[in-house]
Design a protein around this ligand. Structure first.
Ligand code: NAP
Ligand code: ZN
Ligand code: ZN
Length: 347
């Protein structure tokens, strides 16, 4: 057991504070990672603030983790001391169910282990995430970071990147597909860059015009201000696939109406409030409403290689430990361009 510095929540409402947390001993199949960078995901905030239900405190969040392997267990074969590696949202799973056997540990039928606020199968404790100096993770849930990706920018790929890459791939985004991305925050801006790199025709749907220039600079073909009712009406029936990344409740029918026949709206945003779906937003054009979560380890590895090959990287703003609470406030007010990354040296 070792004690490491972290930044975490002691209840649902107060600002995060410096904490000391324990990391388990490095088991035979474990890797100890000295964390260099950890991204700030809106899910961290939903979790701590109790948006998805009550949790136990203290809780250290963070599931976009990048660092160097500092120690490996005796049976580890996948990683070596000194390697640059990452940990995302899942840190373990049953490995036996039909989903795990296909590499889809994110859909483990027996319940996977979330990197934070999960139950660690190794010792039964509540898992604590990446806003910390070091983490011990089973080697099979640690991914190698390919050469060519900037270590200071790569962390957000481990949640924001894979969560948008996976549905884009599953629903065949590519040349000839008209893709819309709703909300351009951490997930949304990765969705735009990835859909562009996949060769799709990309429309960004965001409130106001503040993000228009950025969207076009990321390669989007067009930008639609969602507060402009006329512009939305013009886009009706014009999209094949929509990825909704909005963190708050939304009138989903406005966006379903943008789908062509057989189009799909994939929701990845996870607001506390339920959506209301009028039957006639789906029926007339045989539209689908779907959901998707993160991606399994093989798909994360594929996505990292894709980003290295196509030069896709997140837009990041580095913050120190003392800046985390202000960064959270800025995420909540949609004032993030486009992902905060914590410099773990400052913890
Ligand atoms: P984020 O950086 O805060 O981005 C969310 C975006 O939603 C904002 O930039 C904003 O876009 C839009 N938005 C926020 N409040 C809104 C409101 N009241 N009305 C309309 N639009 C609003 O958050 P994120 O880290 O990308 O995460 C987005 C959501 O995905 C969160 O709910 C998160 O928990 C969830 N998530 C899900 C998964 C999964 O596995 N499915 C994984 C990670 C995250 P504009 O300013 O451009 O309009
Ligand atoms: Zn996340
Ligand atoms: Zn499983």
């Amino acid at each position: 057991m070792r004690t490491v510095n972290a930044y975490g929540a002691v209840n649902a409402t107060d600002p995060l504070v410096p904490l000391m947390i324990e990391r388990r001993d490095v088991g035979a199949h474990d890797v100890l990672i000295d964390i260099d960078y950890a991204g700030i995901c809106h899910s961290d905030i939903h979790t701590v603030r109790g948006d998805w239900g009550p949790i136990a405190y203290p809780q250290v969040v963070g599931h976009e983790i990048v660092g160097r392997v500092a120690e490996v267990g005796g049976a580890v074969t996948r990683h070596r001391v000194g390697d640059l590696v990452g940990v995302g949202c899942q840190s373990n799973s049953c490995r036996e169910c039909t989903q795990c056997l296909q590499g889809h540990d994110q859909y483990c039928l027996n319940g996977n282990t979330q990197t934070y606020n999960g139950i660690d199968p190794a010792d039964g404790t509540i898992t604590q995430g990446g806003y910390s100096q070091a983490i011990v993770t089973n080697e099979d849930y640690v991914v190698a970071i390919p050469v060519g990706l900037d270590p200071a920018k790569v962390a957000p790929l481990l949640c924001a990147g894979i969560t948008t890459y996976s549905p884009l791939k599953h629903w065949n985004a590519g040349p000839g597909t008209r893709v819309g991305v709703v909300g351009m925050g951490g997930l949304g801006h990765m969705g735009v860059k990835l859909a562009v790199a996949l060769g799709a025709d990309v429309t960004v749907l965001s409130r106001g015009t503040k993000k228009r220039d950025d969207a076009l600079a990321f390669g989007a073909d067009r930008y639609v201000d969602t507060t402009d009712v006329g512009a939305l009406r013009e886009l009706r029936g014009g999209l094949d696939l929509i990825v909704n990344t909005v963190s708050a409740g939304l009138d989903i029918s406005r966006y379903l109406n943008l789908l062509d026949v057989d189009g799909t709206l994939v929701n990845v945003g996870a607001p506390a409030e339920p959506f209301s779906v009028p039957a006639f937003a789906l029926i007339p054009r045989r539209r689908s409403l779907a959901g998707s979560t993160t991606g399994g380890i093989p798909e994360i590895e594929e996505m990292l290689e894709f980003c290295a090959e196509h030069g896709v990287h997140p837009e990041t703003e580095l913050v120190s430990a003392e800046g985390i609470n202000e960064a959270w406030d800025r995420v909540l007010s949609a004032d993030v361009r486009y992902r905060f990354v914590i410099d773990a040296k400052t913890l």
